[in-house]
Design a protein around this ligand. Structure first.
Ligand code: PLP
Length: 395
């Protein structure tokens, strides 16, 4: 079988040096990022302040349009921010909890940074958080999640794919239930966009957010926020700044929100990060997420087979319909095993409760799947690691 996606390997320098199976954490850097960052410096050096009018000012929206294509959104419905945490704060700053509608519902397997945002806001007593428990630390019962969403629910911030285990949640069912009772949802698509096809319009989510560090191969500092078009002009974010103003260069003393997605901006944007991120989006858009998913399902299925043949316990969901692009392998000394793999240039990571996380992406060769499992088996059989060592990759 010819794997046509392997033609992209030459674009990613790190693939020549390592077996790189960590796109759930930091996707490989495309060579194009070198050129784009050089271009950024060149524009700054030669155009100086004129660069703002020549494209920089517009970049949070124009780059947002590149992301919009990946998540099935219309142009003009996505803006760029630094990260997911700030996007969640910004969303919450648009909402007014009342004594009758003040509940935030999420699962305990949500990304912790997201939970910290809501926990911190709940300190003033106006919000209540209902945390849906997981039985196994890997999955979340849909039935239990839906049952927690009721007429008192204000917002449901949930991950499409859980960061720890790769469990793929039923975004449609969660969104429909929230809407049925008059609540809104924030879809955190960080672990799905770029590896699981996703259409925010079809799902009818109110908000979606994510970042570019992982499957989008865009590097840090390029988070995104989608707001459903019909909601945009009804909301007035309190996390705001001059870029959200209808006439920012009038420098008026009062805030009049822009009548479009720009009202979800705040202060000056992180321009270098936006330059760096675009090469990854371009490649993902050129390939198309459907094709990436097809390959991902084939390779994650193969990884599960290989891991089980080698005597490892796979903790991520076995059914491909229930998982994103990552598989996890439980092992009592997973942290030390991971450190040793990294030392041998097999780049993976580890999460407590789930085990070693391994992710092929569109640039992964089938033989690399065999190589990583063989290496893990060799290390395990020889116990060639120190049990006191912790995982080398903090992210
Ligand atoms: C599902 C999910 N949400 C959010 C984040 C990161 O949030 P932030 O962009 O605020 O760093 C991650 C990163 O690991 C993640 O996996």
């Amino acid at each position: 079988m010819v794997d046509e996606l392997l033609k992209w390997r030459g674009e990613f320098p790190i693939l020549d040096q390592t077996v790189y199976l960590i796109s759930h954490s930091l996707g490989a850097m495309p060579k194009g990022a070198y050129d784009r960052l050089h271009e950024y410096a060149e524009v700054w050096a030669t155009r100086g302040v004129r660069a703002w009018a020549e494209g920089w000012w517009e970049m949070p929206v124009t780059v947002g349009d590149d992301v919009a294509r990946i998540i099935g959104a219309e142009p003009g419905t996505v803006v760029m921010h630094q990260n997911v945490s700030i996007c969640q704060s910004l969303i919450l700053s648009c909402l007014e909890p009342t004594p009758k509608r003040n509940k935030i519902v999420y699962s305990e397997l949500n990304f912790p940074s997201v939970m910290y945002v809501y926990e911190a806001h709940a300190r003033d007593g106006k919000l209540r958080i209902e945390t849906v428990k997981s039985d196994d630390g890997i999955t979340v019962s849909l039935e239990r999640f839906l049952a927690a969403i009721d007429e008192e629910t204000l917002l449901v911030p949930f991950s499409h794919v859980l960061f720890k285990s790769g469990f793929l949640q039923n975004a449609k069912a969660i969104t429909d239930r929230a809407h049925e009772v008059g609540a809104m949802v924030v879809l955190d698509a960080y672990q799905s966009a770029g590896t699981v096809p996703l259409n925010v319009k079809e799902l009818n989510v109110d908000f979606a957010t994510g970042g570019s560090v992982k499957w989008l191969c865009g590097g840090p500092g390029a988070g995104y926020l989608y707001v459903r078009p019909d909601l945009q002009n009804q909301l007035e974010p309190k996390t705001t700044g001059w870029m959200a103003h209808e006439h920012p260069f009038a420098f008026e003393t009062e805030l009049h929100y822009a009548p479009n997605i720009r009202r979800f901006l705040h202060g000056s944007p992180a321009i270098p990060a936006l330059y760096a991120a675009q090469s990854g989006y371009k490649i993902i858009n050129e390939i198309g997420v459907e094709k990436i998913r097809e390959k991902s399902v084939r390779q994650t299925t193969r990884l599960i087979e290989l891991a089980q043949e080698a005597g490892f316990a796979v903790t991520s969901p076995q059914n491909s319909g229930n998982r994103g692009g990552t598989i996890t392998i439980g092992h009592e000394e997973a942290a030390a095993l991971t450190s040793e793999l990294i030392r041998r240039e097999f780049i993976v990571d580890y999460r407590p409760g789930a085990g070693v996380r391994i992710s092929p992406h569109f640039y992964t060769k089938d033989e690399e799947l065999e190589l990583v499992i063989n290496e893990m088996k060799k290390i395990k059989d020889a116990r060639a690691y120190s049990v006191h060592e912790s995982a080398g990759a903090a992210f």
